[in-house]
Structures are given as structure tokens and as C-alpha cells.
Design a protein around this ligand. Sequence first.
Ligand code: HEM
Length: 210
Amino acid sequence: MRLTSKHLFWLKAVMHLVALWPIGYLVLSVVSGDAGGDPVQYIIHYTGVGALNTLVILLMISPLARRFKQGILIQTRRLIGLYVFAYASLHILAFISLDLLFEWSLLLQEILKRPYILVGAVAYLILIALSITSLKVIRKKMGRRWQQLHNWVYLVAILVPIHFYWSVKSEVIEPSIYILIIIGLLALRLSIGKKLSQTFTRLRLKLSSQ
Ligand code: HEM
């Protein structure tokens, strides 16, 4: 079955629900005192992992669209990408407000003490650029440069698991699993790219021999 724009509407509605539900759950957990002994840590972890999970889903869209020949799925990438940005923004807001209590002078000390914060900050700056340029008018104005900029999402996909791995003290299993998933998805992306370039080369050779 080929998905149509009507299916796309419902798919996007479900995606909004799936993305917003965990935020409601987080608020309920904190209000009802179910957020563990250290709710601040809980919120930073929850929103950080939320951003990373959404990023993993984002990277899965293109391979899935190709595998099942559902090109329309590509149109969900902007929505999912903006949720990556939203979760990452909540994560950083929680850190700055609940952990640092808006003491900006503490931020530099924190970066010196925990350099992995810089890695997260670079990833976040890229996410800001990608979110702003995801607007249709800007996309049109940027032309081919838009795709070049949006390929930086792969750098974000490398930086965030490093940020995660570096932030933990001993529990390395969870970040290691994410590193493996991202390596797998990037390898898939490379092999798809390679196959496409082989197809183009064959096509060019065929055309030049005619
Ligand atoms: C200025 C940018 C950022 C800051 C200041 C920041 C801050 C932090 C801090 C302080 C922690 C450790 C919490 C702890 O002590 O355990 C952390 C962990 C984490 N961050 Fe970030 N982060 C930033 C950007 C990002 C971005 C852009 C993402 C994802 C897209 C992200 C995802 C994560 C994840 C998955 C963890 C591990 C969760 C945990 O085990 O606590 N961070 N971040």
C-alpha cells in the first residue's frame, strides 16, 4: 500500500501525540513525587534521553522510506527534527534553571569541570541552525546549500552519544548501546549513498556509450 497525503495527516497527528505524551508523563511523575530521590537529575536525564531517542527515530526515517518505497515519509522529518530540538531545549533549560539556578557565572566552572557539556553545546548550536533553516521560505532561499547544512545532523548524531558516554561515571552500557545504534544507522546511510553513486555512475556510462 502506498501512503497518501491523507495518511500523512494522521501519521503526523500520531507523531505529535507520541512526542508530547512523555512530557505529560514527566510532569505527572515530578508532581506526584515519582521522580526518584533527585528529581532535577531525573528531569535532565529524561529530557536528554528523550532528545537522543527522537534523534534515532529521525535517522531511521530515510532508510525506512527507501526500504518500503514510501517517499512520503520524508515529509515527517521536519516534525521529528523539531521535536529533537524541543527535547534538547528542555534538557538544557532544566540544567540551567534547576541545576545552576540561572547562576551564569557557574556555567564556565561547570564547563571546565565537565567538558562533555561543550560537546553537547556544539550539538545544540547545530540543532538551532537546522531548526531555523527548516522553515520553507529559508529552505527555498538556500537552494543546494540547504542540503549541505542539513547533513550536519550526522555530526549531531555523533556528538550526542559522545556527550552521553562522557557524562556517565560507570554505567557505560546504555550510552554504548546508543553509540552502536548510531554507528549502524550511519553505516546504513553510507551504504545507501554508495549504492546511489554506483547507480549514477552506471547510468552515466550507459548514456556516454550511446
Ligand atoms: C548546551 C548544551 C547542553 C548542556 C549544557 C547539557 C547538559 C547535560 C548535563 C549536565 C548532563 C549530565 C547529567 C548528569 O549529571 O548525569 C547531560 C547528559 C545528557 N545529555 Fe546533555 N546537555 C547539552 C546538550 C545536549 C543535547 C543537544 C542532547 C541531545 C540532543 C543531549 C543529550 C544528553 C543525554 C542523552 C545525556 C545523558 C543523560 C543522563 O544520563 O543524564 N544533551 N547533559
